[in-house]
Design a binder for this molecule. Structure first.
Ligand SMILES: [Zn+2]
Length: 194
């Protein structure tokens, strides 16, 4: 795969590590190590095959980036003090609860507690965040270009979808189970990790 000018695309430089490629098919529901063996939607791992799908995160790499605090740009772990989010936005525990994600929050959090909702995008290294901002037209177009320091404590919420067999017989009831698609990351400021 090469870019418009014919130069090869480099993962981690031209294309974020977490981005899906068209050669990486979704494989269906299976126990996945990225969520401790729970059911999750899988996807073939063939980064670099086909063309990059910039608007779509790879399911497994996305979950891995959130669980292991890996930078979505380069795929390497981030250390406390070098975790930055541009797309994350400040919200409150009450807003998170109103979105139906309250089950993931400790009940003692008051509704006005500030939280940093990073969505499905784990924080980046500062150098990677600046490189992404310089290259990605979507990020450049955002009003809020401020890099926010990601807090030292966080909550991971699993976003699930109903999983059904692909070729279910119409008149035979099948058991369906919830399968994890993406993980959502919520930063908790001023929280002493026990
Ligand atoms: Zn990085």
């Amino acid at each position: 795969m090469s870019g418009a000018a014919g130069a090869p695309l480099t993962i981690g430089v031209d294309v974020p590590w977490v981005t899906s490629w068209s050669g990486e098919q979704v494989t269906g529901v299976a126990p996945c190590p990225s969520v401790d063996g729970a059911l999750a939607i899988g996807q073939a791992e063939r980064p670099g095959e086909g063309r990059p799908m910039y608007s779509r995160n790879h399911l497994f790499r996305q979950r891995k980036s959130v669980r292991e605090m890996r930078c979505p740009m380069c795929g390497e772990p981030t250390a406390e003090g070098d975790r930055w989010t541009q797309t994350g936005r400040w919200t409150t525990a009450g807003e998170i609860r109103a979105k139906g994600l309250g089950v993931w929050l400790p009940p003692e959090f008051p509704d006005d507690k500030p939280l940093l909702d990073a969505g499905s995008i784990a924080p980046l290294h500062r150098a990677c965040a600046e490189r992404a901002l310089a290259r990605c037209p979507h990020l450049k177009g955002l009003d809020d270009r401020e890099l926010k320091a990601f807090p030292g404590a966080w909550i991971v919420a699993a976003l699930s979808v109903e999983a059904r067999p692909a070729h279910a017989l119409a008149n035979v009831p099948r058991k369906s189970a919830a399968a994890v698609s993406f993980l959502q990351l919520i930063g908790v400021p001023d929280h002493d990790a026990a």
